[in-house]
Design a protein around this ligand. Sequence first.
Ligand SMILES: [Zn+2]
Length: 471
Amino acid sequence: MQADVLARYHRALGNDVWFLTGVDEHGLKVYRSAQEEGIGFQEYVDRNSAEFAKLKKVLNISYDDFIRTSDRVRHWPGAQKLWRACSRDIYLKEYEGLYCVGCEAFVNKKDLIDGECPEHHSKPEVVKEKNYFFKLTKYKKEIKKLVESGELKIVPENRGNEVLNLLEDAEDFSVSRPIEKLSWGIPVPDDPTQVQYVWFDALANYITAIGYGRDEENFKKWWPADVHAIGKGILRFHAIYWPAMLLAAGLLLPKLIYIHGYVSIDGEKISKSLGNVISPEEAVKKYGVDPVRYYLLREIPSTEDGDFSYKKLEDRYNGDLANNLGNLVSRVAKLIETKLNGELNFDDKFFDSESRQKIEETAEKYKKAIDEFRLHEALTAVWDLLGYANSFIDFHKPWAKDDDPSHLLKTLTTTLGIILNAAWFIKPFLPETADKIYKTFGSNIWSSQDQKLAGKKFAVTKIEPLFPRLK
Ligand SMILES: [Zn+2]
């Protein structure tokens, strides 16, 4: 959802955007789960991948591409090419270590809590085998320099320090598994006895999807990525392993890694065993897609952990959405309908200058917040503006019978000006709501990318509540 906001925002600014997401489908977890269910590996991942892909529609996500790592045509050739490109830094080694299947990674003994992985609350398995290792230690200094200089930017900043700490302990890591232990994976080039380690293969998705190993022209067009958006639990893989692999292969690094937190439910960690899982579909069905997007993007600070509860969602729905935004829009639409026969010719001379200043200030805060990945603050700025518009209209009382015509025009022109600007601001966050607002006033300034209101005629069409009262 956060990546979707960024993609929509940059598209609206006219920037070239390619929004990629997808699923990694190899590894021991998948291998064992499929076996437990007694179904084929491909069948298992086909089913799960379809579940994730379904969220595009449910949550109105505007991604351009969805890559699957089991895709032998689009992903495998690039993953194997990347292995070859790194091969001078890959060596065979007999190894014994602790493997967490949840993490799909070897873990350090000292990072365990009571012998368990802190992320998955399970005991790692002792693994002793011969496999390939990647010479990460060779690249530690260089990665440190790139992170410290901001050439590889880590957002938020405190995660950058975490990367530097992780880097200190980082060692060469295993990049393959013997086929007799794990047959579900991408074969290691020139060694049929091994498959690629799931993370080595999965990280490659960022370049294989855009053509690495099969469409070099397209790959050059889009790489390096401006942003990788990830969850905090996979920082090490993205900020250390991945840059090292790219350096080894002589490829450019992504410019920025943006890290979001986790969502809990009613203060509890989301887990199947606790039974507190909420399906996004269920929430969207009950409240609509935009209220769910609004809640998650506003209530939870973009880079931190946050909590989901239906109670808090309903508070936001009633307060921020139905009241502050919904009522404002329907009030102004009704006043234009009753007082101006449904039409307003937008004349800048009636557009209050102090309010225009307020819009400018909001635009600055909004832009800065999004550019710095504090999406919740962008929404806060917009809702401050809506609060201002509500006070403005309450103060000027355009419904009064003795309101003089120019004062009335000033009040309605100004509040409409604020509403249409606010709609532009909220569109990346709440795309459907923004469209409904434009439609209410018979305009779509977004699609023309022309924010000038002066000289435009607005005609109120159907007035429907943006956020109907909750039952
Ligand atoms: Zn784990």
